[in-house]
Design a protein around this ligand. Structure first.
Ligand SMILES: C[S@@+](CC[C@H](N)C(=O)[O-])C[C@H]1O[C@@H](n2cnc3c(N)ncnc32)[C@H](O)[C@@H]1O
Length: 229
């Protein structure tokens, strides 16, 4: 591999698992590059200020900050990451919020979330699914932890634009948007909107999904009996 190829491969590796000093630099770069997408995703969740929410694969942590701002009442934010470097950076930056119980950081995979069933009003996961082989398990976990009245906002690059980016040749799993929507559906999450963030064909897809029970009209979490009238 030539120098350019190994630099690109190194960047791809860092994007999927930010590590060490380079990982921190990549985290800062991600925060700048993805701020608009993450801010739009937070807005799409329509959260009350006492909401319980999670950013799964938070990377540089811009989503944690925006969610903490959004649920500034009695809400709580959960951050889930595999990268120890990203977890340590977030722990340093948000020490005060962690101490008062507004932010909880978890070292875990999105395929096995360390959260109880139906505890969240919103789940955010942006630019993460390229690194996950078993998408069915990840989406089943999103469906398990979100409340019947909650929302999931999943952000992914447009497949054509992603294929054109040199770093994605190094292990990124790029799936057609229709496949991602089908897999969300199979997990029990219906995509209500595909919001495009950015301009032109490169615009990011923000898939906003709700639990099937709500969209089918029952408004009920499966297995939970409706309250008597
Ligand atoms: C490209 S970064 C995106 C970060 C952030 N969401 C953003 O949009 O700026 C992908 C992040 O997902 C994390 N990640 C990869 N696989 C994961 C998994 N199975 N569970 C949780 N996080 C994961 C990586 O550690 C990395 O920080």
């Amino acid at each position: 591999m030539n120098v350019r190829g190994s630099l690109t491969a190194g960047l791809a590796k860092q994007l999927g698992a930010p590590t060490g000093l380079r990982g921190r630099l990549v985290g800062a770069m991600l925060n700048r590059a993805n701020r608009n997408t993450v801010a739009q995703a937070v807005a799409e969740l329509s959260l009350p200020s006492d909401a319980f929410v999670a950013d799964v694969g938070f990377g540089g942590g811009i989503g944690l900050q925006l969610l903490l701002d959004e649920v500034a009442g009695s809400g709580q934010v959960h951050g889930v990451e595999l990268s120890e470097t990203m977890l340590a950076s977030a722990a340093r930056r948000h020490r005060g919020d962690i101490e008062i119980g507004r932010l909880h950081l978890h070292e875990a995979s999105m395929t096995r979330l360390p959260l109880p069933d139906h505890c969240l009003d919103g789940v955010l996961s942006i630019n993460t699914i390229y690194f996950v082989a078993d998408l069915g398990s990840a989406f089943a976990e999103f469906a398990r932890v979100v409340k019947g009245t909650g929302r999931v906002a999943l952000g992914l690059g447009d497949p054509t634009a992603m294929h054109a980016a040199p770093y994605t040749a190094h292990g990124f799993r790029i799936r057609p948007v229709s496949d991602v929507i089908d897999q969300l559906g199979a997990a029990g999450l219906t995509v209500e909107r595909d919001v495009r963030v950015g301009s032109g064909a490169d615009a990011v897809h923000l898939l906003v999904a709700t639990p099937l029970a709500r969209t089918s009209g029952s408004g009920q979490i499966p297995g939970v009996l409706p309250a008597p009238h």
